[in-house]
Design a protein around this ligand. Structure first.
Ligand code: ZN
Length: 622
């Protein structure tokens, strides 16, 4: 079967790719690209420098090894000229141009490509050269199995459309354009398959990695509930999903967490311990984070894959694509990921409030939020959020975390101002109808950089000009304590983990630094601007040796500090590189912590917000 199904051009398609995991042990895919009508002036070929959803230039072309070309008629090799880091040019040609290259695939993340004897995974952005000028044409792909009998059990999981391939089989697939071709990642291997229907649409989880005793039924039931809740949120009347099929490509590892969204699928990585086992062992918070990840990436099917910033429609694969709106596309998605878990009762309200309290404290404890707005953080994601270093907490704000608090603040504002008749759900549905539902294949334009406030007004009647200006384009904190009041949620200082047992406050004083363990030593990872460590003259990278003459390590630092209070001065010995420092440090107040609690009694606004009202009472969209 190996080379039989080679590239017979068919169905009018003039672009054919064949991808074969030729050397799993060497992590090499071989790709053969046939272009029936190359540009007569000389065909340009380019590999994306980034993958949509992950805003960093990753230079995927650095993994191309061995690239060559020939004209199919004459079999004569022709020379490709490298024009820049990711672009090649073939000389003028009349016949079919054939380009053959190998891609080194040893990145076990959701963003690139990976291949070994256990499985293969790739995003099109890592392996498929773009035929410049022919992006709008139909693209065909032959997925070939690795050579050798040991791979006979391998199957294929992808949402690329089958041409002559059977579902889960090797063979030919196709996509209507280059943009579509690279938005359907592919998993190859002997994954476990778990299927269900959500709102009548087939959904699958292809699980790679060993998971003993997986509680398949629980995962199926919970993921299905999340999907149906989100479909209902966007289409309350019709419950119509935006796709005909959806696939979760899940890789399970000992440790790991992450996801990347695509139009009809997502690639996820989670830790084995996060998944429930049949013996009833409770994976606790880590399962809730896994479901939060599922919910987050699935929500992106609407918010960023179809409702898009105008700046992403279409994507420019050759360079950074700047938008100041990631606080909407990532922040709102981060708000809804957990909220959906509450509305489906997969996350108890008390636990949800603890999670919110933690996010609020995390945002407030970093001074970067006073120097950068989330719109600036969105715009500079390429050089700041995605390239964090020891100074990031002092310099940048997360458009995920603060963005999710802005979504929360806007939701509470709209609900309170409309007496519960309108909410952020109405805004999302309005964005969906206006930009999202016809995005494919019509490619309607995306959300303009300055349109959001007007859209909120149009869909809810509430003017949030001031809030958006201050919270998203300025550095003002979202005044959640006041916004929570009409919803019967109290916000008090205290540790978030002891809900219901009264506020307890951590009294351990602060060094004004985040400390990590480096071979057991206490190393300062981040030093807060203006905090005790910086004032004393300590810097990121310094290794603490002794506190008041007592040896200190990563494991006993907290215990030692607990004997002191804020305002005490202590003597610190530390190494900067190999030179000993002695400083006197005035201990600071403990970091802010919050406790959120729901007041007893029935609260109509809170119940509508957290989705506990009976389904029949939910507000239909205007
Ligand atoms: Zn996201």
């Amino acid at each position: 079967m190996k080379k039989k199904s080679r590239m017979a051009p068919s169905d009018g398609a003039t672009l054919h790719y064949r991808i074969e995991p030729v050397l799993p042990k060497a992590h090499l895919f071989e790709i053969t690209l046939e272009i029936t009508h190359p540009d007569p002036q000389g065909q340009k070929l380019a590999l994306p420098v980034w993958i949509p959803g992950s805003y960093l230039v990753r230079e995927f072309s650095r993994h191309i090894v061995e690239i060559g070309a020939h004209e199919s008629a004459r079999k004569r090799p022709i020379e490709l000229v490298k024009l820049d880091k990711n672009t090649w040019q073939a000389p003028p040609a009349s016949g079919t141009l054939v380009v053959v290259y190998k891609v080194y695939a040893w990145d076990l993340s959701v963003r690139a490509a990976h291949l070994d004897e256990t499985h293969g995974f790739f995003n099109g952005t890592s392996v498929f050269l773009r035929v410049v000028g022919q992006e709008h044409l139909r693209h065909e792909v032959t997925l070939a199995p690795p050579p050798g009998k040991s791979y006979q059990g391998w199957r294929v999981a992808t949402t690329l459309a089958e041409l002559d391939a059977k579902r889960y089989g090797f063979g030919r697939y196709w996509a209507p354009s280059y943009d579509a071709l690279v938005d359907h990642p592919v998993e190859l291997g002997s994954f476990q398959l778990l299927s269900f229907k959500a709102s009548g649409v087939p959904h699958e989880l292809a699980i790679t990695g060993r998971v003993p005793n997986l509680d398949v039924e629980r995962v199926r039931r919970d993921v299905k509930a999340i999907c149906e809740e989100q479909i209902r949120l966007f289409e309350p009347q019709t419950s119509a999903a935006p796709f005909q099929r959806y696939v979760f490509l899940l890789t399970v590892l000992g440790e790991g967490y992450g996801g990347l969204e695509h139009r009809d699928s997502t690639a996820l990585i989670c830790a084995r311990d996060a998944l429930p086992a049949l013996n009833g062992r409770d994976p606790g918070d880590s399962y809730a984070s896994f479901l939060g990840l599922v919910s987050h990436e699935y929500f992106h099917s609407w918010n960023v894959k179809r409702i898009k910033p105008q700046r992403f429609a279409p994507y420019d694969f050759d360079q950074e694509n700047y938008t100041s709106l990631l606080w909407i596309f990532e922040g709102f998605t981060s708000y809804y990921d957990d909220l959906i878990l509450v509305r489906t009762q997969l996350l108890p309200v008390e636990r949800y409030l603890q999670t919110l309290a933690k996010t609020i404290a995390e945002v407030q404890n970093a001074s970067g939020r006073l120097k950068q707005s989330v719109s600036e953080s969105s715009f500079d994601a390429w050089i700041k959020y995605y390239r964090q270093d020891e100074n990031s907490a002092n310099a940048i704000v997360s458009y995920y975390k603060k963005g999710s608090l802005i979504a929360l603040g806007l939701d509470l504002t709209i609900r309170a101002a409309s007496a519960g008749k309108r909410s952020l759900d109405d805004v999302m549905r309005h964005l969906w109808r206006r930009y999202g539902q016809d995005f494919y294949p019509q490619n309607v334009r995306g959300l303009g950089e300055d349109e959001f406030v007007q859209l909120v007004l149009d869909s809810t009647g509430v003017d949030v000009t001031r809030e958006v200006r201050q919270w998203a384009y300025g550095t003002t904190d979202v005044p959640l304590e006041a916004l929570f009041k009409p919803f019967g949620v109290a916000m008090n200082p205290g540790a978030p983990g002891n809900g219901g047992r009264g506020a307890t406050k951590s009294t351990r004083p602060s060094l004004g630094a985040r400390v990590t363990s480096e071979g057991g030593l206490a190393r300062l990872a981040t030093v807060s601007d203006g905090g005790p460590a910086q004032v004393a003259g300590l810097s990121a990278g310094d290794v603490l040796i002794a506190l008041d003459g007592l040896r200190v390590s990563a494991s006993n630092l907290d215990t030692l500090l607990e004997r002191y209070s804020a305002g005490h001065a202590i003597d610190i010995h530390a190494f900067r590189r190999d030179e000993l420092l002695e400083v006197r440090l005035l201990l600071g107040s403990p970091p802010l912590q919050w406790q959120l609690s729901a007041a007893p009694g029935r609260r109509r606004l809170r119940q509508a917000w957290l989705g506990q009202a009976p389904a029949a009472n939910r507000q239909p969209s205007p």
